[in-house]
Design a protein around this ligand. Sequence first.
Ligand code: SF4
Ligand code: SF4
Length: 91
Amino acid sequence: MEEKINLKELNIREGDTGDFISHNVDNCTGCGKCVLICPANLWRLEKGKSILASDYKDRCMECAACESICDYNAISFMFPKGGTGIKYMHG
Ligand code: SF4
Ligand code: SF4
């Protein structure tokens, strides 16, 4: 799928974030809201559950929209530790 935003022109990434998003598959109903809202297309549906892209640490915008929109507490987002992760070039 085509990227909704040209990520490469917006940011650089620094350091090792470690994992900062976790997905509780047992709570996931497959409603698809995370798929629709993620600006980086990092979620997809498969067999009635959502799946987070394995390379999300390299592409995530750290917007936390996926956690906010999930009505079933299936997504947990924590900002990466200071000095790591996305660094916006504009704004
Ligand atoms: S928004 Fe939550 S319940 Fe819905 S598909 Fe995504 S993780 Fe699953
Ligand atoms: S934090 Fe934002 S960019 Fe990252 S996976 Fe969630 S919705 Fe997508």
